[in-house]
Ligand binder design. Structure first.
Ligand code: SF4
Length: 296
């Protein structure tokens, strides 16, 4: 494609694994927009896009219809829309792109909790099969400090509800997000959330204060003391030690991660623990990568 057929309302974000997907914006911004660590949509006011504008964007790709296999729905939390509206969009996508085999989106646990199981089932059957859920932490106190609007319980409820209808989840935990005071409970309860929900994919990234540490501290509802590099690894060790996953594809390879871990949990748990141990005690032998990224 030489000339891109549509114009996005920027900034535009997508998960790394959606690099080859067609992105369709069905909402703009994030309806919550309050998380202390997140600057993704602070420049935008949340808005649901008009259906005719969305359909026009979809139609712009009719000349490439047979090449499109994956679609990612943006921006921050499209599942805030009514199920009827989402179903019309999913149906339009399926009817336009005959080879489409995956539709995905960002979702918050509350988005999921607000839908009934039968609504989620309808969405799944209409093609929405993968959700990217920023869990950030499984610890309710940390979640309160970062103004996530979720708790340990709501996170588990949302993830398990979507799982029960067949949807896959890719969940993300932020290493260091609760600082020194809450590091231990953050690690343990984040592991517990994953154990209780057994997601298909899980990843960790390292807290990165996009607008500077002071800005993050001002938005954090508590006393935030940044973890040192070694403390970040210790938090990862506690998290890993408490994980009891059966078959989760695990990635800790975001540009903010110094220590790259990629594999399947439980299978690779001991291997990961050995690598983390080396990073803590012999960092010069741990094959660490310089931090490549300074923002989300
Ligand atoms: S982390 Fe997600 S829910 Fe929180 S403000 Fe950012 S986009 Fe919205």
């Amino acid at each position: 494609m030489n000339h891109f057929p549509i114009q996005y309302n920027e900034p535009l974000f997508r998960p790394p694994s959606e690099a080859r997907s067609l992105i369709i914006q069905i909402t703009l911004g994030c309806s919550w927009n309050k998380c202390s660590f997140c600057e993704m949509y602070t420049s935008k006011q949340f808005k649901a896009r008009k259906e005719e504008a969305i359909f026009k964007d979809i139609d712009a790709f009719i000349p490439y219809a047979n090449q499109i296999r994956r679609v990612f729905l943006a921006d921050g939390d499209p599942l805030v829309l009514s199920t009827e509206r989402l179903l019309r969009i999913l149906t339009k996508l399926k009817n336009t792109f005959p080879k489409l085999n995956r539709i995905s989106t960002y979702a918050s646990p509350s988005n999921l909790a607000r839908k009934s199981e039968s609504e989620l089932q309808e969405l799944y059957e209409a093609g929405l099969t993968l959700l990217y859920v920023g869990v950030e932490s499984g610890d309710s106190q940390v979640l309160e400090c970062i103004q996530k609007g979720e708790t340990f319980e709501t996170t588990i409820e949302g993830l398990n509800k979507s799982k029960s209808v067949g949807m896959n989840s890719s969940v993300m935990i932020i290493n260091g997000v609760g600082g020194q005071e809450l590091t231990h409970q953050h690690a343990i309860n984040s592991a517990k959330v994953l154990n209780e929900t057994q997601p298909k994919y899980a990843s960790t990234l390292v807290l990165t204060a996009h607008k500077g540490l002071e800005h993050y501290k001002n938005r954090y509802q508590g006393n935030f003391i940044e973890l040192t590099q070694q403390e970040l690894f210790i938090e990862m060790r506690t998290f890993m030690e408490h994980l009891e996953l059966q078959e989760t594809i695990f990635r800790s390879d975001h540009a903010s991660n110094n220590l790259i871990l990629k594999g399947i949990l439980g299978r690779d748990k001991q291997l990961f623990l050995d690598k983390i141990e080396t990073a803590i005690n012999q960092p010069e032998q741990a094959n660490l990568r310089p931090k490549m990224y300074e923002g989300y």
